[in-house]
Design a protein around this ligand. Structure first.
Ligand SMILES: [Zn+2]
Ligand SMILES: [Zn+2]
Length: 134
């Protein structure tokens, strides 16, 4: 079981398993909402994701039509995002307390990179969303 929680500890969740690759998302929306150059994410089937603590402390923000980002209403840590009607949610791996097992395999939306970010991509990088085959 993979476990995660926010910084203040008010909200926690558990995940049975990831359902997609671990991806570093460099899109401008992730950069702004996480206040980080990129956000590390992975898909999880809805049936494999469960809030285990503090669900009533959560707040959410609709960052684009139909896409909702959930974060702790106390400390502000982003935990998960979802799109209505999709069978999966999008986990934010920075809040994990246990090792997810897999390792990051892709950088996406690198066309949104900020000029001051000096890093060497440790995995394939795509200028926009995931490659059609992935
Ligand atoms: Zn919190
Ligand atoms: Zn993003």
């Amino acid at each position: 079981m993979i476990k995660g929680s926010c910084h203040c500890g008010a909200v926690a969740f558990s995940v049975r398993q990831l359902s997609g690759p671990i991806v570093h998302c460099h899109c401008a929306t992730c950069r702004k909402t996480h206040s980080a150059p990129f956000a590390t994410t992975a898909r999880v089937d809805r049936a494999d994701f469960a809030w285990t603590k503090g669900e009533d402390t959560l707040r959410h923000y609709e960052s684009s039509p139909g896409k909702t980002r959930h974060f702790c209403g106390n400390c502000g840590a982003h935990l998960m995002a979802e799109r209505q009607g999709q069978a999966h949610v999008i986990l934010r791996l920075g809040v994990l307390d246990t090792d997810p097992g897999a390792r990051p395999s892709l950088h996406i939306w690198t066309s949104n990179d900020v000029g001051w970010l000096d890093y060497q991509a440790d995995a394939p990088a795509w200028p926009e969303g995931e490659a059609p085959s992935s």
